[in-house]
Design a protein around this ligand. Structure first.
Ligand SMILES: COc1nc2nc(N)nc(N)c2nc1C
Length: 308
């Protein structure tokens, strides 16, 4: 049974990864459910064989009476904003004044959700927290564990914090609001509020039903992982089993950044989730550290906000 439990862990984690991270399931849901039920029964029969990263542990047990405050290992910064082309050209000029002309940007969609931090120790997810004020957040581990695209254990025994944006896909938002209106409850104003409201639930079983998702966008201590650029750290996060946003693109010049922005301004309605802008980052970590950060945001990144 220990061997079968190990086998079920691997199967369920693989099927979960294919469905929720790759969006390419290879088995029907019924097969997944059958294996999950077998694992639940085996763990009931052999409780000593239940592990913290077991797929059965995603939906926590008890309802909390409050969230604990937690301190982030490294502060969660915020982004400076750009609202038009001139702001972006000013940003670009400031970058070039420090690092010269030999650098590249990475552009990413700015997901309209909730910034969260995931702490992994020796490869295991040990804590999940809201951004809070950037230094102190709230421990919402039990709720974040219900997001199927968050690995409970990653391939390598890494210890790091991973940052990402938790969000509610538009279709889930519409279905949730339909149900709320049916029950004569107040609907959520937008997917971002719905995601925030879901992650603030003290009962993880409610969060588990809200079909939340996440795109991770940074890891701390990336230096220790021998990566030298942000784009490489995103590829490493993919390798570790995280869900990153695939629409990211390297841009050699601000002109290419402007073209990327224009492209996504147009394609925005076709996305399965809300975005409120585009994040532009200098790719090289060495150049990021040359540029440094102000008290609250990096000088090497900026968020272009779409007009409301
Ligand atoms: C480097 O710091 C950041 N990077 C980010 N990247 C993306 N894609 N989205 C964000 N919301 C974001 N926020 C911050 C503070």
């Amino acid at each position: 049974s220990k061997q079968r439990i190990q086998e079920l862990h691997e199967l369920l984690n693989r099927y979960n990864y294919e469905y929720h991270v790759l969006d390419q399931p290879t088995v029907p849901d019924a097969e997944y459910d059958r294996l999950m039920n077998e694992l639940i029964k085996l763990e009931e029969a052999f409780p000593e064989l239940k592990t913290q990263d077991s797929p059965t542990q995603r939906v926590g047990g008890q309802v909390l009476d409050a969230f604990q405050k937690v301190e982030h290992r490294t502060p969660m910064l915020s982004l400076g904003n750009a609202f038009d082309e001139q702001d972006l050209r000013d940003f670009d000029r400031r970058i070039r004044q420090v690092v010269g002309d030999d650098f590249s940007y990475v552009c990413e969609l700015k997901i309209d959700g909730l910034a969260v931090s995931l702490l992994y120790e020796d490869g295991y997810l040990v804590r999940g927290a809201t951004r809070g004020d950037g230094t102190i957040g709230e421990d919402i581990t039990e709720n974040l564990k219900t997001i199927r695209s968050i690995p409970l254990r990653v391939k390598d025994p890494v210890t790091m914090e991973v940052r990402g944006e938790a969000f509610m896909p538009r279709k889930s938002f519409e279905k949730l609001n339909e149900a709320k209106i049916q029950n004569e409850e107040l609907p959520f104003a937008n997917p971002r509020n719905a995601a925030a409201g879901s992650l603030r639930q003290l009962d993880p079983k409610i969060a588990a039903k809200r079909n939340l998702d996440i795109f991770v966008y940074a890891m701390t201590d990336a230096g220790e992982q021998e990566v030298e650029a942000h784009s490489e750290s995103l590829d490493l996060l993919d390798h570790l089993g995280f869900k990153t946003n695939k629409e990211r693109q390297k841009c050699a010049t601000i002109e290419e950044v402007l073209a990327y922005i224009e492209n996504w301004q147009e394609k925005r309605p076709s996305l399965a989730y809300d975005i409120d802008g585009i994040v532009i980052k200098v790719d090289s970590f060495e150049q990021q550290s040359e540029l440094g950060t102000t008290a609250k945001s990096p000088r090497w990144a900026i968020a272009y906000k779409f007009p409301a």
